[in-house]
Design a protein around this ligand. Sequence first.
Ligand code: CP3
Length: 341
Amino acid sequence: MNDTFLKACRGIKTEYVPVWFMRQAGRYMPEYQKIRQKYDFLTMCKTPEISAEITLQPVSILGVDAAILFSDILIPLEGMGIKIQFIEEKGPQVIPTIRKASDINLIKEIELSEVDYVFQTIKILKKTLKVPLIGFAASPFTLATYLIEGGSTKEFVNTKKFMFLEGKSFHDLMQLLTKAMRKYLSEQIKAGVHVVQIFDTWAGILSPFDYDLFVKPYINELINHLKEVPVIYYCSNTAGLSSNLREINADVLSIDWRIDMRQAAQIFKNQPLQGNLDPLTLLGSEEEVLLRTKKILIDGQLAKSHIFNLGHGVNINTSVDMLRRLVDFIHEFRIKEVPNA
Ligand code: CP3
């Protein structure tokens, strides 16, 4: 087993910087498209043999140092009495929506047997994987935005309306989702994942005051219950929330490109960091990609340990060759001289 990624998760400096990519399995890859032509996305997530095969694709094709379970952050809602759909061009849809206090009763306590396919996939993968496996869930807040909005949104009007009109019930919703994600992630750990990542894609829509009030306590509660494996906390658009994020208990903090890695290493002292190349850089020339990658790798040496990743998921227009070149460049890179902090 290649344990470079696990070492970096635990804050140990590694011989080379381990790398994996959020959304490393997906439509940009011809091998994924070939399977996707035969099945819809949910069928792929719900069939352990298919899901396991897709999880393995980027490991063999790109040579990354970790695999991430092929699934989606909305999948656990299926065990909570909520229906999910993925509609071409429109993205995810959640039915029914939860827009007021009384709607919370529509969400039932998570029934893990209803999403057993997730744990079966992990068990299959454990037998063949040569790199660590990352399990995941959304943060309670990011999951709530999908429940409240019913899908993707730009303004989050319904979420904020709920939050600022019925704050106490919003906290009840956070508590309920924290408990559900705790159970869901604990079961993934029991099935064998080596690390878990909490996706907080939408935390950055909040003011620092509201992040502290509605997000931070639930993230820390969740992390405190997941002691068996390292926990990575990914958030986006949160450069303005740096001092709030210092109070998050995650083993690894995964940051986006809107914050400089060198500055991040100074703000988050003694904290393993993951990130943070802008994924759309990969649509540019190799020269520009490697220039920015080299800077991130040098600056990442100032952190307690560094895992290379993108600041968000791989874009559908990304070339597989570019990602492969990037992985090779990162693996070959050695720091000769560590710059002063
Ligand atoms: O990273 C991986 O390779 C593991 C699999 C994974 C998927 N989604 C597969 C997927 C993971 C970790 C996710 C997380 C996820 N899903 C997030 C958090 C991370 C982020 O990107 O911000 C969010 C917000 C979602 C919700 C979601 N799922 C959206 C908005 C969409 C539609 C957008 C799109 O690209 O189509 C999805 C669908 C989805 N999830 C696909 C994949 C491979 C595309 C499905 C297809 O083939 O049509």
